[in-house]
Design a protein around this ligand. Structure first.
Ligand code: GDP
Ligand code: ZN
Length: 291
């Protein structure tokens, strides 16, 4: 018995990466009876029979994303730009919050730094890096800036790209793997557009220097369905130390008196864009509850 990771599937055949080798596996009969699903990214116990294998067990999932469905993603590479396209902070925060909620670590790749002034890059890194606490990496996929800093973060991890169309996800993948045309990142909509039966599933591609990358962007479905509004302040990690100082322990940081979070926004200690996103998301969750 060996443990491997499912990197792609086709019909009921699962391709499992184990000891650097890809083995074609079928789930054992019971799976169908139990209606248990095997997902890309799943860690599985495999019983080898010559060149094939049988999946006996799916190990507990550390994380599980939907649309595309992929298990055990370690980190989201959230590609963001300040120019071309214009910065969309609300979208960025939406992705970051969903990653946080899914238990997936987010790395912000500030792409196209060749198009903006260094001061603007530094201000962004200060806000989302130092103040909020994310790992922010300024890069240029086009000019191949920052890639050597990115590589060590990819090795040994399962990563999924996220971000608006046009921010440079495809270009980044080409910059990381210039010699390979099997590593691509497509748009989810294109794949799902062909109808249920021909849908190609998400695939994890082994990268040259190590690590696995999903070939389909993640975090494309960003509704706050099922979220309670009390959860939201906790997902804005930089609020936490200030929230402890609010007059009310259940402060929602809106109109309450003596709100230390609002004070921190006014004092420039919490980026205003984050606070604005927070208010929008809270409003959306409340609107959903009213139905
Ligand atoms: P995707 O939709 O996120 O996959 O974005 P693409 O990879 O297709 O990139 C969109 C456009 O931005 C293309 O014309 C790229 O050449 C361009 N682009 C990507 N990265 C950079 C960069 O670092 N600097 C500049 N100036 N342009 C870039
Ligand atoms: Zn407060």
């Amino acid at each position: 018995m060996t443990v491997g990771q499912v990197i792609r599937s086709h019909s009921n055949i699962f391709y499992v990466l184990t000891d650097g080798e890809i083995v074609e596996c079928r789930p054992r009969g019971r799976f169908r009876l139990d209606r248990q699903e095997v997902l890309t990214g799943d860690l599985v116990e495999v019983h080898r029979e010559k060149n094939e294998g049988r999946i006996d067990k799916v190990l507990p999932r550390r994380t599980c994303l939907q649309r595309p469905a992929v298990a055990n993603v370690d980190q989201a590479l959230v590609v963001f730009t300040l120019k071309e396209p214009e910065a969309d902070f609300q979208f960025l925060d939406r992705v970051l919050i969903h990653a946080e909620q899914a238990g997936v670590r987010a790395i912000i790749l500030l792409n196209k730094v060749d198009l903006v002034e260094p001061e603007v890059v530094a201000a962004f890194c200060h806000a989302y890096g130092e103040q909020v606490g994310f790992d922010v990496l300024p890069i240029s996929a086009k000019q191949e800036i920052g890639l050597e800093e990115l590589w060590p973060r990819l090795v040994g991890k399962v990563s999924v790209l996220a971000g608006h169309s046009g921010v440079g996800k495809s270009r980044l993948v080409r910059a990381l793997e210039p010699a390979r045309d099997d590593v691509r990142v497509g748009e989810l909509s294109e794949k799902l557009g062909r109808g249920k039966h021909t849908t190609r599933h998400v695939e994890l591609v082994p990268l040259t220097r190590g690590g696995l990358l999903a070939d389909t962007p993640g975090f494309t479905y960003l509704e706050f369905e099922g979220m309670e509004k009390q959860q939201v302040p906790k997902l804005f990690r930089e609020f936490t130390p200030y929230a402890a100082e609010c007059r009310f322990s259940d402060c929602m940081h809106r109109k309450e008196p003596d709100c230390a979070v609002r004070d921190a926004v006014e004092a420039g200690q919490i980026p205003r864009t984050r606070y604005e996103s927070y208010l929008v998301f809270l409003g959306e969750i409340e609107a959903m509850k009213r139905w």
